[in-house]
Design a protein around this ligand. Structure first.
Ligand SMILES: [Zn+2]
Length: 405
């Protein structure tokens, strides 16, 4: 072998480099590979050596770039008569699958780049491949790694929905609360969706689940009670605050509509003053909010309720949490606004899952972090109308802190 040979870059059995060319001024190189006649071809289907060569064939596949030239392989190979399969087959090539147009090593590199957080489009551009090819490569790598649900070690779960498209098309996400790993994702947010997750869960894991953090959403509540009756349901503060913010906004709008000109002037642009935390407001915002609260009794009550709501989740003693919840509901009832009374009734109905937070102080910030990360995945996943691919990307992005990934 000549010291100037490029053969060492193609260390594949039963193939040899026959020819290479780099057209003048071009950025792409062509390398032709031919069967090494010293070895007998093997059947791609069964792997057995073939006795008879039937005919010759060829295909072109993309390989890793060589220096800064993109590289095309022209592969001359053989069709054989396979006695074991009883038919004409192509010979086995160890570096590319029969139906693939890229080598294994190029596919592995593309999948690595996708894993590192590059978008499919960026990888396609970088390697001069079709985005569809890159997506298929990435998806195949993801299926191999995350295609199966891993139920090991689950004790505390968080179940949440995410909107895949604005306003509709939901997916359910199941998180291992203790590691932050996304365990499972399914289309929809109904009973059938979440039942599918629990149904496939091994019985001993199901019986060992201690707590599940969820929103006050009936299908999730029902599923936990049905499949893990021993587990404590914990209602997630993040969701309760979000729901109450909606009530605040509706009532603030109503107060605006009912106010006189001067009242409207004070309330103008105050939406975010009510939704943000006091600590995050600028000085002018605080002044405006204080003025509103001094002038409007109902909004003053609501603001106080908003503050108190989060404190119900601060307690470690169920008795105190229960007392605080009762106080909250009493104040809401005294105000008498139907939306507040309704919210109080909802909290009372779900009291068990609010009090259980004392036993399982599961923190809501983790769910917010997950949702933010999912938004990033949504942006980079090519064609996220492929929900299966999107779910695999989310699993890859949130492997959990004890994972080797
Ligand atoms: Zn065969």
């Amino acid at each position: 072998m000549s010291g100037h040979s490029i053969a060492p870059y193609f260390p594949w059995r039963r193939m040899k480099v026959a020819y290479q060319s780099v057209p003048k001024g071009s950025r792409s190189a062509l390398v032709r590979l031919e069967p090494d006649q010293r070895y007998r071809p093997r059947c791609h289907a069964c792997g057995r050596p073939a006795q008879t060569v039937h005919s010759a064939t060829r295909k072109f596949v993309r390989d890793l770039p060589l220096a800064d030239f993109s590289l095309m392989l022209q592969i001359e190979y053989r069709k054989i008569w396979c006695g074991s399969c009883g038919g004409v087959r192509v010979e086995q090539l160890e570096f590319v699958d029969t139906h693939q147009r890229v080598t294994h090593r190029l596919a592995a590199y593309a999948a690595q780049l996708c894993k590192a957080g590059l978008s499919v489009e960026a990888v396609a551009h970088h390697l001069d491949l079709d985005p569809k090819t890159v997506k298929a490569i990435d998806k195949a790598a993801l299926v191999a790694e995350f295609g199966q649900t891993t139920y090991d070690g689950l004790k505390r779960l968080a179940i949440d929905e995410i909107a895949v498209k604005k306003g509709h098309n939901y997916m359910t996400v199941v998180l291992d609360y203790d590691t932050g790993r996304v365990v499972w994702m399914g289309e929809g947010r109904q009973n059938a969706t979440i039942d599918a997750f629990f149904e496939a869960m091994p019985t001993e894991v199901r019986e060992g689940i201690e707590a599940v953090a969820i929103d006050m959403w009936e299908p999730y509540i029902k599923a936990v009670k049905r499949w893990c009756p021993q587990a404590d349901v914990v209602f997630d503060l993040f969701h309760v605050v979000k729901a109450f913010n909606k009530v605040i906004d509706d009532i603030r709008n109503e107060e605006y509509r009912n106010a006189d000109a001067a009242g409207r002037e004070t309330l103008k642009g105050s939406k975010y003053l009510f939704l943000k935390n006091w600590g995050n407001l600028k000085r002018e915002g605080r002044v405006q909010l204080e003025e509103i609260l001094a002038l409007n009794e109902r909004l003053n009550t609501i603001y106080w309720l908003k503050d108190l709501l989060a404190h119900i989740w601060d307690y470690y003693y169920p008795g105190w949490a229960k007392k605080m919840l009762a106080e909250w509901c009493e104040v809401a009832r005294q105000d008498g606004h139907p939306a507040l009374v309704k919210f109080a009734q909802k909290l009372e109905r779900h009291q068990y899952g609010i009090i259980s937070h004392c036993k399982h102080p599961i923190h809501t910030s983790k769910l917010e972090g997950v949702n933010n990360k999912i938004k990033v995945v949504k942006r980079i996943a090519y064609g996220f109308h492929d929900l299966e691919y999107f779910a695999l990307k989310v699993k890859q992005a949130l492997p959990g802190r004890f994972s080797s990934n």
